[in-house]
Write a protein that binds this ligand. Structure first.
Ligand code: ZN
Length: 339
């Protein structure tokens, strides 16, 4: 099969690899219908995370080809959406809703789903079958549920987005835009998207943003406070992961409010005194997408939400390198790859 492999930072190629096979009785092998490039794939691309001939990709939808003897909830021929984290969905951590911290966790990035096929361990605990074969137009939206939608959704839940609340979203990448959509679906009264990019502002508005703030850093915080009677937002989703974005999120949250942090924040350092005097709740990390998958698949299947519009570039798998370039240069919000 063909698989995207990052040889070194900035060096993305498509290689021949052995087809995956069932190894454990809880495995499934799926043929991917669509895959995509994530903002977090840019960390190794830019040399922030180590990379050396690494298979890439962790978001996926596809058709089950084969299952192990113990798999009961999906079968060959099913169309499935899977979380970007492998989980058994039966351990105590999973049952508490934190499948992304499962005791049997594997990150799908260690498998690599920018490929024609993938072996998915713990298939019952990781995959969700759709009610039938989706219309091709639904495939991009289903693919978002694998990570960016599920992650934006978790960001909004962690930030306690709810009716009557003002939600601010730091970051206008795919996850930030999905957090706007999630805040809207969760009933937030006012949704402030922080973005300087006209195309992304427009999509944020379509997904439910009521206000746009272009300022960043201290000026961004001041603007959010101005919009909220000097108090700050009830809920802030941090969907970038930089020092500036993190401090902006803390500063924009009112005392007693909630921050949901879902940007991968390698080099962020929060001064203890800033956390201490902020009086905010903070929760986040890798999103337990599997918790939300059945609900998200259902909302997409019923055409209630249209998250697939975050894909603004579609390429054949063979042109993955161009996809990485487009995202790195911010020419594209998110790239869908056709295996
Ligand atoms: Zn588990």
């Amino acid at each position: 099969m063909r698989q995207v492999v990052m040889y070194a930072p900035g060096d993305v190629r498509v290689d021949d690899r052995d087809d995956p096979r069932i190894i454990d009785p809880t495995d499934a092998v799926i043929r991917l219908t669509a895959a995509c490039i994530c903002g977090s794939d840019l960390w190794p691309y830019r040399g922030v995370e180590p990379v050396d001939h690494t298979p890439m990709g962790h978001e996926y939808v596809g058709i089950v080809e084969e299952v192990g003897a113990e798999v009961t909830t999906v079968k060959p021929g099913d169309f499935v959406v899977g979380s970007f984290v492998i989980s058994d969905n039966t351990c105590e951590i999973c049952r508490s809703g934190y499948q992304s911290h499962c005791v049997n966790r594997t990150f799908v990035s260690q498998i690599g789903t920018q490929a024609e096929k993938a072996r998915i361990p713990w298939a019952d605990g990781t995959l969700v079958a759709t009610p039938g074969m989706p219309d091709p137009a639904l495939v991009p939206s289903l693919l978002t549920a694998s990570d960016v939608l599920g992650t934006g959704w978790f960001g909004a839940i962690a930030a306690d987005a709810a009716p009557g609340k003002t939600v601010a979203v730091v970051g206008d990448g795919a996850v930030g835009l999905m957090a706007v959509l999630a805040a809207k679906e969760l009933g937030a009264e006012r949704i402030i998207a922080m973005s300087r990019n006209p195309a992304r502002q427009a999509l944020a508005r379509e997904y439910g943003a009521t206000d746009i703030v272009e300022e960043r850093g201290d000026a961004g915080v001041a603007r959010i406070r101005e919009l909220t009677n000097g108090l700050g937002a009830h809920s802030v989703v941090e969907a970038v992961g930089t020092q500036e974005a993190t401090m902006q999120a803390i500063g924009a949250t009112r005392p007693g409010g909630h921050i949901g942090y879902v940007g991968v924040n390698y080099e962020v350092q929060i001064p203890g005194i800033a956390a201490f005097f902020s009086g905010v709740h903070a929760h986040g990390g890798p999103a337990p997408v599997r918790r939300f998958l059945p609900d998200l698949v259902d909302r997409i299947w019923r055409h209630e939400i249209d998250p697939g519009r975050v894909f603004d570039l579609e390429l054949p798998l063979e042109e993955a390198a161009e996809g990485y370039r487009a995202m790195d240069e911010r020419r594209s919000i998110k790239v869908l790859l056709h295996p």
